[in-house]
Design a protein around this ligand. Structure first.
Ligand SMILES: Cc1ncc(COP(=O)(O)O)c(C=O)c1O
Length: 360
C-alpha cells in the first residue's frame, strides 16, 4: 500500500486522494488519446474540454453569475498584488486592510501605482485578531477595497464584509476559496494561488466582474486582465496540468455535495482542534476571539520552545507532518484545508490532549 501521512502543510498542501489516483490512472493515456495530459496541446479539443469543465465546475461550486469572468493565470497570488492596482486604479486610490504578511505585500505593490489608505490594521499583536472596520473611514472614491479574507500565517479570517458602497471589493482568497459558502455578488474580484484548497502550485485563479475589465493601453499585455479574458485564459500556453487537476478537484467536490458539504466538515474539523487547544493547560491559540478564527489555519503554541519541539517531533513520529508554525509566530500551525480528512483532525486533537496530559 502507498504510504500516506496526515499532511498539515500550509501550501502546497494535501489534495483529495481520489483526485491524485484519477490523475495517476490517466497519466499515460488521457481520455484514450494515447497521450498524457501534460503532452497534449492546449489548442486540442481534448484540452479545451478540460479547461471548459474546470471553469464550469468552479462557476457551479461558487454560484458565479454570468457577468463575471473566470481566469486561470500564472504568477501566483503575488503577481496579483501588482496586477490588481495596475488594472483597477483609475482614481489612483485604494483602501487596504493590513492583516498580515500577505496584506503587507499587497499594500507594498499597490503603493507603486497610487495612494493606499490602510483602513484596518492588527499588526500591534502579531495579527492575532481581525481589525474592526469602520466604513466611515473608507475612501469614498477609492478604486477598490482590498481584503485578505483568510490569513494563512496568523489564522484569522473575515467573511462578513463591511459596507463599501459602490467601491468594489477585492479579496485575496488564496487560503479559503471554496471552504465556506458566501455571496459572490458582494465581491468584484477574487484571486489566489490554487495550491492550498483547489490544486497544485502554478495556477492562479482570478474571478473578476466584467465591468472591471478595461482596455488599459498602458498595462503590459500579459498583465492586462483584458488579454486573458478575451483569450479564455489561453493567450499563451496556460498551466495545463494544474488546470486539469483543478477540474478533477471541482468534479470531486461537486460529487460530495459542493461547498456546503465542505463548510460543515471544515467547521467540525476546526472545532476538534480548537477545543483541544482551548481545554488544555499547556497550549494556547494565537487567535483568541472565536469570531476571528480561520477554519483553515490554526496557529498554536506552548510557552516552552522545548515542548514545542517535542510536540512536533512526536507528531511526526505519529505521521502528522508539516505542523511547524511560521517563523513569525513560532510554535505550531495546523493547516486543515478541504482535503484534510476529519480523521486527520481527530488524530491531531487526540494527540494535543494526550501531550497535554503527559507533559503538564
Ligand atoms: C493569503 C495568501 N496570499 C498570497 C499568498 C502568496 O501566494 P503565491 O505563492 O501563490 O504568490 C499566500 C501564500 O501562502 C497566501 O497564503
Amino acid at each position: 500500500m502507498t504510504k500516506r501521512v496526515f499532511n498539515f502543510s500550509a501550501g502546497p498542501a494535501v489534495l483529495p486522494e481520489a483526485v491524485l489516483q484519477a490523475a495517476a490512472d490517466e497519466m499515460l493515456n488521457f481520455n484514450n488519446s494515447g497521450m498524457g495530459i501534460m503532452e497534449l496541446s492546449h489548442r486540442s479539443t481534448w484540452y479545451q474540454e478540460v479547461i471548459d469543465s474546470a471553469e464550469a465546475g468552479l462557476r457551479k461550486l461558487m454560484n458565479i453569475p454570468s457577468n463575471y469572468k473566470v481566469l486561470f493565470l500564472q504568477g501566483g497570488a503575488s503577481m496579483q498584488f501588482a496586477m490588481i492596482p495596475m488594472n483597477l486604479m483609475k482614481n489612483k486610490k485604494a483602501d487596504y486592510v493590513n492583516t498580515g504578511a500577505w496584506s503587507k505585500k499587497a499594500i507594498k505593490e499597490a503603493k507603486r501605482f497610487g495612494e493606499v489608505k490602510v483602513v484596518g490594521d492588527s499588526s500591534d499583536t502579531t495579527f492575532s485578531y481581525f481589525p474592526k472596520l469602520d466604513p466611515a473611514t473608507f475612501t469614498k472614491d477609492a478604486d477598490y477595497f482590498h481584503i485578505t479574507s483568510n490569513n494563512t500565517i496568523y489564522g484569522t479570517k473575515l467573511m462578513n464584509l463591511p459596507c463599501t458602497g459602490d467601491v468594489p471589493v477585492v479579496a485575496d482568497m488564496s487560503s479559503n476559496i471554496l471552504t465556506e459558502e458566501f455571496d459572490m455578488t458582494k465581491y468584484a474580484l477574487i484571486y489566489g494561488g490554487a495550491q492550498k484548497n483547489i490544486g497544485p502550485a502554478g495556477v492562479t485563479f482570478v474571478i473578476i466582474r466584467e465591468d472591471l475589465i478595461a482596455e488599459n493601453p498602458d498595462v503590459p499585455t500579459m498583465l492586462n486582465y483584458k488579454t486573458h479574458s478575451d483569450a479564455g485564459s489561453m493567450f499563451n500556453t496556460p498551466p495545463t496540468w494544474g488546470i486539469y487537476i483543478l477540474k478533477l478537484v471541482f468534479d470531486h467536490m461537486l460529487k460530495l455535495g459542493g461547498v456546503k458539504y465542505y463548510e460543515e466538515l471544515n467547521k467540525k474539523k476546526a472545532k476538534l482542534i480548537y477545543d483541544a487547544i482551548d481545554n488544555s493547560k499547556l497550549f494556547k491559540a494565537h487567535v483568541k476571539a472565536e469570531k476571528d478564527r480561520s477554519l483553515m489555519n490554526i496557529p498554536f503554541f506552548t510557552d516552552s520552545d522545548d515542548l514545542n519541539k517535542k510536540f512536533l517531533k512526536e507528531a511526526e513520529e505519529l505521521e502528522m507532518v508539516n505542523l511547524k508554525g511560521h517563523r513569525s509566530v513560532g510554535g505550531m500551525r495546523s493547516s486543515i484545508y478541504n482535503a484534510m480528512p476529519l480523521e486527520g483532525c481527530q488524530k491531531l486533537a487526540d494527540f494535543i490532549i494526550k501531550f497535554d496530559n503527559d507533559n503538564s
